[in-house]
Design a protein around this ligand. Structure first.
Ligand SMILES: Nc1nc2c(ncn2[C@@H]2O[C@H](COP(=O)(O)OP(=O)(O)OP(=O)(O)O)[C@@H](O)[C@H]2O)c(=O)[nH]1
Ligand SMILES: [K+]
Ligand SMILES: [Mg+2]
Length: 454
């Protein structure tokens, strides 16, 4: 257990109406005695004058809250000083706190780290909290709140307990095999249950992409020939002037992204360099980046203007993208100047290609395009009732768990105690997601995501 008392400004940028300075650790009661003359009753706001104990100098008037261990966020004694949010006020209070013996500024995520160390939260809840602080859309907020509330952790912990129980049953039967008149019957039931659980986890895994997409946002990439109107589309969808638009082919070289909230779903829309064969060096690099983004996209919007340039090069590119499996929509741009045939991309036989016509000049078709994107996002993300895995880390250990389970199930010729060992490995994989099993190497990575004061 830590001997240090940590402190930090836990509220946002200064100046602000109110600023919250939080302290956690064993010296909290003593520090409160020193700076405000006593420890207020737990969980009751008390208006106090804060003073520098060295000089008696008045620092500010603040609302002081005290949370007695273990009933606090960190599980330690915690206090929150709600002071005035002026830069000089906060700076002076932090300076006085620094001078208290045993007190030091908190590192990023250190309050949460203490909460985890004292088992106030499991790792999935910690991640949910980080996601809640980072949430930009309604969908993200809801998902993060559920995860912080422990839904995902409980699901994994439930599975882990089932695995531990199964292993105990196998071992009990093994130990008492001589006395049992129907040997093997308990084990048979255990393996049926193990096979059910494996299927349950695999189903959860197939849906995990949704959770990750909701957390990190859908990637929608604008591609097409130079001057097709990609940057104009980005600006029109974002509703502000993000990318430079000129009549010169090859205006956009680097990839440019905007983060959008489409009906509560996060979407990153990426503008790219127009694809063409005879590009200069900078533009070539831009084209390489465009293709790279296209390959990992959730959706490509392929912009085609009424009189397309270089139909052959464009069609070759489009052809290879269509076989890559990334969903692709054709956006016929500049509809205000009429459809003149231009480059007509060939429809693929699967019929997954959707066509949308629009103009950024008179905004014809723009609302339709934005609506279609919102529907696409909601379908791709499709958040249901069951909690979803939200990180690659979760998926990794879930796969480990299923692999161990399936290994055990496939080895019916082996002695039960060897197969039971796989059940232990499967349970440990789940324990690593919630942080119940040695995850020391993971912790720094997870807590680094946090800001100071959380
Ligand atoms: N008439 C008409 N012109 C448009 C429309 N959208 C864009 N343009 C014009 O088309 C030209 C190219 O537009 P951009 O948005 O720069 O095209 P781009 O695909 O980003 O071009 P690069 O970045 O060079 O590949 C500009 O002169 C735009 O003003 C439209 O809806 N109607
Ligand atoms: K252009
Ligand atoms: Mg452009």
């Amino acid at each position: 257990m830590s001997a240090d008392t940590i402190f930090a400004l836990s509220s946002g940028a200064l100046p602000s109406g109110v600023a919250v300075i939080r302290l956690s650790g064993p010296h909290v009661p003593r520090v409160l005695e020193e700076i405000c003359g006593g420890v207020p009753a737990p969980r009751q706001a008390a208006l106090r004058r804060l003073r520098d104990p060295e000089t008696g100098d008045l620092l500010d008037e603040a609302l002081v809250l005290f949370f007695k261990a273990p009933a606090s966020f960190t599980g330690e004694d915690v206090t929150e000083l709600q002071c005035h949010g002026g830069r000089a006020v906060v700076a002076r209070i932090l300076e006085v706190l620094s001078a208290r013996p045993g007190c030091r500024p908190a590192e990023a995520g250190e309050f949460t780290r203490r909460a985890f160390d004292r088992q106030r939260m499991d790792l999935t809840e910690v991640e949910g909290l980080a996601d809640l602080i980072a949430a930009e859309t309604e969908g993200q907020r809801k998902q993060a709140l559920r995860q912080m509330g422990g839904e995902l952790g409980r699901l994994y912990e439930g599975w882990r307990k089932r695995l531990i129980h199964m292993r105990a049953m196998i071992e009990a039967e093994f130990d008492f095999a001589d006395e049992d008149d129907v040997p093997g019957s308990v084990a048979d039931e255990v393996w049926i249950e193990a096979s059910d659980l494996s299927r349950e986890i695999q189903l959860h895994l197939t849906r995990s992409k949704s959770g990750e997409r909701l957390r990190s946002g859908l990637q929608v990439v604008l591609m097409g020939a130079p001057n097709a109107g990609k940057s104009s589309l980005l600006n029109a969808i974002a509703g502000r002037d993000v990318a430079i638009v000129t009549e010169e082919a090859g205006t956009t070289r680097d990839t440019i992204e905007v983060h959008l909230d489409l009906g509560g779903y996060p979407v990153t829309l990426v503008d790219t360099a127009g694809l063409r064969a005879d590009a200069g060096r900078v533009e070539q690099e831009g084209i390489r980046r465009a293709k790279a983004r296209g390959e990992t996209a959730d959706l490509i919007l392929w912009a085609v203007e009424p009189e397309g340039v270089e139909p052959d090069a464009e069609e070759a590119e489009l052809g290879s993208l269509l076989t890559s499996g990334v969903p692709l929509w054709i956006v016929r741009t500049k509809s205000d100047i009429g459809l003149k045939g231009g480059t007509l991309p060939k429809r693929d036989s699967s019929g997954t290609m959707q066509e949308i016509q629009c103009s950024t000049w008179n905004r014809e078709g723009m609302d339709g395009l934005i609506d279609a994107l919102s529907v696409f996002a909601s379908e791709m993300i499709a958040v249901g009732e069951a909690p979803l895995a939200t990180r690659q880390r979760h998926r990794h250990f879930l796969k480990d768990c299923v692999a161990s389970l399936d290994h055990a199930l496939a080895q019916s010729h082996l002695p039960q105690e060897l197969r039971a060992e796989d059940l232990r490995l499967a349970a440990d994989a789940l324990g690593r997601i919630t942080g119940r099993i040695d995850v020391e190497d993971l912790l720094d990575v997870i807590f680094r995501d946090f800001c100071i004061g959380k």
